[in-house]
Design a binder for this molecule. Structure first.
Ligand code: UN1
Length: 513
């Protein structure tokens, strides 16, 4: 996904303005100001009103948070895993009881509609539930030895302090994909959330506090990616960085971690496609594409930013799709009737408008609907856009680059083989989908799509928390979040050999002497 951290929200210079309304960092179990830092405003993208002011943290703040996490690590790693699981279960209960207020706060600060922000909180709840259960598993292997009177097993070791850098599009779900598995594995964390969604992170951390997570185990520092995020990335006390954001920033983070030997998991961009074959259930494919392309105003890494349609049904699909997209109710996400909210901030709005221009004037794609701001009505204020549909060709920039907004491109193909080739023809490899009734094509698509997530007769969005999440090519660096896969990010394997023979036994040698 695009944006990393700071874009859009206004920063004020260091020391100029202190935070208001209890919007603080959380360090060593206390909500504290940034004594020397500046501040930034949390802005409602539907109204452009300032909700609150948060600290723009300094290197010193980050250092304190990392030191607190280091200190807490020594005892937290020894807390029995089952006990850590019980705490996560309590976190889940707190989140359940606060689901509605967190969802409302989230809609207010990042714009997506209430039904979706409820889903976002639910994803955090499901994640807490899942990793709480891991408290009674966290399995390793017990296995045989090649030598007599010798025992071998593998166990998971915690890593230490995890620096977690998270985006604004899933402000409860994505931090919880990182925080909860990190904690169950015995790590402590410093969370640096996107500055577009500070309140959602505060509420998540308050839920952890309320559930009884000991002081220093979870720390929260606000600020820009280029400063606060960088201090965290480069702090020698941090053992692991887990980042979700753009491929550009992810590549810089990966390089930095490579140099400093930090373990690093990156979840980045996507240019996901939905294929619609001539034998598809067109009604289903249509609803799937509308939801996949315009859910969350297209601001998901998994968003359907390309729809690849077989020529035999192209015209019919295009007409119906454009007709449906024109009817999407855009507005303030807090209103029940709204289907699509604003984009997250001014910078993002400008970026999407720039891509609309590129599509029209450089790519020479056909804009079939949308792509403008509203000039009147309730959407004239706020970062609202009319959902845009282009008809284009696979090599166009709008069909290759991640836009991260309510824009999708229809691409016409002649065959199943061409559809798969076009789907794979991008630098990214997160999510892909195919609508067809042909079981042979289904199996070939499963085999041939170069994506970390493949959907059959379902849209490109909607991953579940017990399944591995992530992608290939420039989407990731080989890790997967969620499910048991995330345990491999947040722990190191230790192989243990216990020799009870009372003699020196030499592996590989004594067995074949
Ligand atoms: C993201 O877009 O960054 O699969 C995460 C989905 C959601 C998570 C998306 N469960 O669309």
């Amino acid at each position: 996904m695009t944006t990393v951290l700071e874009r859009g929200n206004k920063m004020t210079p260091k020391g100029s303005k202190s935070t208001s309304h209890g919007a603080f960092n959380f360090i060593a179990g206390k909500w504290v100001r940034s004594p020397k830092g500046g501040s930034f405003e949390n802005i409602n993208p539907a109204t452009e009103e300032v909700i609150d002011v948060y600290p723009d943290s300094t290197a010193e703040d980050v250092d304190q948070a990392v030191k607190a996490a280091r200190k807490a690590f020594d005892s937290w790693r020894k807390v029995p895993v089952a006990k850590r699981g019980e705490i996560l279960l309590k976190v889940m209960q707190v989140l359940v009881s606060q689901k509605e207020e967190i969802a409302k706060a989230m809609t207010r600060e990042m714009g997506k509609i209430l039904r979706e922000t409820r889903g976002d909180v639910q994803e955090a709840i499901d994640t807490a539930f899942y990793y709480a259960g891991e408290g009674r598993r966290l399995f390793g292997q017990t296995t045989t030895s090649e030598l007599p009177d010798k025992f071998s097993m593998s166990i998971r070791m915690p890593m230490g302090v995890c620096g977690l850098i998270t985006p604004w599009n899933f402000p409860a779900a994505i931090p919880s994909w990182k925080v909860f598995p990190a904690l169950i594995c015995g790590n402590t964390v410093v969370l640096k959330p996107a500055s577009d969604t500070p309140e959602s992170s505060m509420r998540l951390v308050k839920a952890l506090e309320e559930a009884g997570v000991p002081s220093g185990v979870v720390n929260l520092v606000y600020g820009r990616g280029s400063t606060t995020g960088k201090y965290l990335l480069e702090h020698p006390g941090v053992s692991l960085i887990s980042f979700t954001g753009s491929s550009d920033i992810g590549s810089q983070i990966g390089a930095s971690c490579g140099k400093s030997f930090k373990k690093c998991s990156l979840e980045m961009g996507g240019k996901n496609a939905q294929i619609v074959m001539e034998d598809a259930d067109l009604d289903l494919a249509l609803e799937g594409a509308v939801w996949g392309a315009f859910g969350t105003s297209g601001q998901r890494c998994t968003a359907t930013s390309r729809v690849i349609v077989h020529e035999k049904v192209f015209k019919q699909f295009e007409e119906r799709f454009v007709d449906r997209v024109k009817k999407i109710k855009v507005g303030n996400g807090l209103k029940d009737t709204t289907e699509m909210g604003p984009v997250v901030n001014k910078g993002q709005l400008e970026k999407v408008l720039e891509y609309i221009e590129i599509g029209k004037n450089k790519d020479k794609a056909r804009l079939l609907t949308g792509g403008e701001r509203y000039t009147e009505g309730e959407c004239a204020k706020g970062y609202f856009l009319k959902p845009a549909v282009f008809e284009g060709t696979p090599k166009m920039r709008i069909a290759q680059e991640e836009i991260f907004g309510p824009v999708t491109v229809l691409l016409k193909v002649k065959s199943f083989e061409e559809a798969i080739q076009v789907l794979n023809d991008t630098a990214f490899g997160l999510s892909g989908s195919i609508y067809t009734r042909d079981v042979n094509r289904v199996m070939r698509a499963i085999r041939d799509m170069e994506t970390g997530i493949t959907y059959i007769n379902a849209p490109t969005i909607g991953a579940e928390v017990h399944m591995p999440f992530g992608g290939v090519k420039q989407t990731g660096n080989g890790h997967r979040e969620a499910g048991t896969a995330a345990l491999d990010i947040f722990s190191d394997w230790k192989a243990v050999y216990v020799d009870y023979s009372g003699t020196l036994q030499r592996a590989q040698i004594d067995t074949h002497d």
